[in-house]
Design a protein around this ligand. Structure first.
Ligand code: URA
Length: 240
């Protein structure tokens, strides 16, 4: 077998093994069939948002307004603004903390190792990235991935809120302590928040652990899977 194909085959085997390991650690009892191909089926996240019909500003308009943002010091060290990615009609929005190195380089949220795990969790839910919308509290990478400072959060959060107003998702999942506490304006620890429905602007929010935390603590994947099962159930209920 040519070296190139052998390498690709080994990579694919490693990916499948990683996926199966994650599914087992999550506690997924059935191997899912993969992302739902039928946009009208109960698990699909496609569909027109009625709120998008009224004159709410669009994601593009918000991106335009953000421009080459210099509103806080994070602009100095960034390579790219990471605005958000996914479907503008998504019914589910995931909110993370801030871009890391890879996200800063590529301008897309969750493309590093934590993102790969997130994609596998989505797969277990029968979803893929294109079905949902993913963004962060901060749009620029903090140097050395330090915690964002209050003035940096204050400068950035209004844009996230405008994105959420434009998207009008049916559900939001906040990933990790920082995203959950910031969006929900609470100091309650993630340990208490996760797994319990909260609310932001009348939109149900499910706080859960950050995928980077799961990479360091694989045993906690099961708790995230419990949270995501609640999300799937609610999406199905709300999809008529
Ligand atoms: N962690 C986050 O919170 N967001 C990203 O986009 C990447 C890693």
């Amino acid at each position: 077998m040519p070296d190139k194909f052998q390498k690709e085959l080994l990579e694919t085997v490693a990916q499948v093994r990683g996926l199966l390991e994650d599914l087992q650690q999550l506690g997924v009892v059935e191997v899912p069939m993969g992302p739902d191909p039928n946009p009208r089926s109960p698990c699909s996240l496609e569909g027109q948002n009625s709120a998008n019909d009224s004159r709410v500003e669009t994601l593009l308009e918000i991106r335009d307004d953000l421009g080459d943002c210099q509103r806080c010091a994070l602009s100095k060290g960034r390579e790219q603004i990471v605005f958000g990615a996914g479907s503008a009609t998504a019914r589910l929005v995931l909110v993370g903390e801030s871009p890391g190195r890879k996200e800063d380089q590529q301008g897309v949220p969750f493309v590093g190792e934590a993102g790969a795990l997130l994609e596998r969790i989505l797969f277990a839910m029968g979803l893929k990235r294109e079905d949902i919308y993913i963004c962060n509290i901060q749009k620029c990478r903090p140097p050395k991935n330090r915690d964002p400072r209050p003035e940096e959060v204050a400068a950035c959060v209004p844009f996230l809120k405008r994105q959420l107003a434009a998207l009008q998702p049916q559900l939001i999942v906040t990933l990790g302590s920082f995203a959950s506490q910031t969006l929900l304006e609470t100091s309650q620890p993630i340990l208490e928040l996760r797994g319990h429905w909260q609310s932001y602007a009348d939109i149900p929010v499910m706080p859960t652990y950050h995928p980077a935390f799961l990479l360091r603590n694989p045993a906690t994947k099961r708790e995230v899977w419990e949270d995501m099962k609640q999300v799937i159930t609610r999406l199905r209920q709300e999809n008529f």
